[in-house]
Design a protein around this ligand. Structure first.
Ligand SMILES: *Cc1c(COP(=O)(O)O)cnc(C)c1O
Length: 351
């Protein structure tokens, strides 16, 4: 096969790497460590016999969308689009603006899929560094937006991998400066103080990108966009007709209708986040403030600490080398109390 066969972006790229987690305490992927609440599981099992998996799923996802609208209320001018995880919606948003010279802009370090998808689709990607303390560098962002005239700006708040949330006033200033769509990625809202629904209602180009993954349903692959109707209509044109399968639609709907059943899990994880943040602090260790279900921690030697923790049976994410601002940084998802205990037991010896 000729080299010229392939999309040129593939040459410089590896497949998205997911490390093996067998036998390890898995604190690397921001999963909710708890399984389905018992009443949710019971309702799902009761529904299973009536689920027509011989038929294609509801192409419009009507029942799931109605449940989403109730669980995540937004302005009446907004509609929603379902995705097979928000990753798929990131790619769809980019496809929707695809044209020669089109540009995607995002602060960095940020969510890696923005760059990855842009490069795969042949969009120009511009990353703008955050400040040393991971705050938005507003003048630099505004200058870059003015210079590049991006079709899409992506900002995750709370941000992955830094954990901090950005102020609504700053987001509004960026959204107003953006000539195209301003995508606010709210993957971590279950763990954050407040959300962007009011901010989105006040600006005409804001797209809310949300997911049930970090809430506790990463395996279902259920993401959704909430945005003004013309944006949703454009996305519907390029959405693969049955992108969200029947089992995910059904279990997603049940989970949303019993959202309260997840509250004790989320509360425990927020309490554990605060406990871990305190307990991980040590001389030479900096724990950054987090409104997500993970902590970003700077240690004296991240690669060595990560290797020692792996020996001790703990899987974290070492970010050293991925971005200059993340030197000596580890990202640690908040686990169940006993998992966090295992981390804390190994921590002093790993530093
Ligand atoms: C995890 C994550 C996502 C991806 O979520 P899926 O719905 O599981 O695809 C999107 N954005 C950010 C910032 C994330 O951290």
């Amino acid at each position: 096969m000729a080299d010229s066969l392939w999309n040129p972006a593939l040459g410089a790229m590896g497949a998205y790497a997911v490390p093996a987690a067998e036998g390890l305490v898995k604190l690397d992927a921001m999963e909710n460590p708890y399984g389905l609440p018992a009443p949710v599981l019971k309702a799902f099992i009761e529904r299973l016999p009536a689920l027509a998996v011989n038929r294609y799923p509801d192409a419009g996802g009507t029942a799931l969308k109605a449940a989403l609208g109730r669980a995540f209320p937004v302005d009446a001018a907004f509609a929603s689009v379902l995705g097979n995880g928000s990753d798929e919606l990131i790619a769809m948003l980019m496809q929707s603006v695809l044209q020669p010279g089109a540009c995607v802009l995002a602060p960095e370090p940020g969510f890696v899929m923005y760059r990855r998808c842009a490069e795969l689709l042949g969009l120009r990607y511009v990353g703008v560094p955050l400040r040393e303390d991971f705050a938005l560098d507003l003048p630099a962002m505004l200058a870059a937006i003015d210079r590049e005239q991006p079709q899409l700006v992506f900002v995750a708040s709370p941000n992955n991998p830094t954990g901090n949330a950005f102020a609504a006033a700053e987001l509004a200033e960026l959204a107003r400066a953006t000539p195209g769509l301003f995508v606010l990625d709210e993957a971590y809202i279950p763990y954050a103080e407040g959300d962007g629904a009011d901010f989105a209602a006040g600006e005409d180009n804001v797209v809310l990108l949300r997911t049930l993954s970090k809430w506790g349903l990463a395996g279902l692959r259920l993401g959704f966009v909430q945005a003004r109707k013309p944006v949703c209509e454009a996305l519907e044109k390029l959405r693969m007709p049955y992108n969200v399968n029947a089992l995910s639609q059904e279990l997603g709907r049940i989970c949303l209708e019993q959202a309260g059943a997840f509250a004790p899990q989320i509360d425990t994880l927020k309490t554990e986040r605060a406990r871990l943040a305190q307990a991980l602090a040590a001389p030479g260790v900096e724990v950054y403030p987090s409104q997500a279900n993970f902590l970003l921690v700077r240690v004296p030697d991240a690669v060595a600490a990560n290797a020692r923790l792996r020996e001790a049976g703990l899987l974290l994410k070492c970010l050293h080398g991925t971005h200059p601002l993340l030197r000596q940084c580890l990202r640690i998802s908040v686990g169940r109390p006993e998992e966090n205990e295992a981390l804390l037991a190994a921590w002093p010896g790993a530093l």
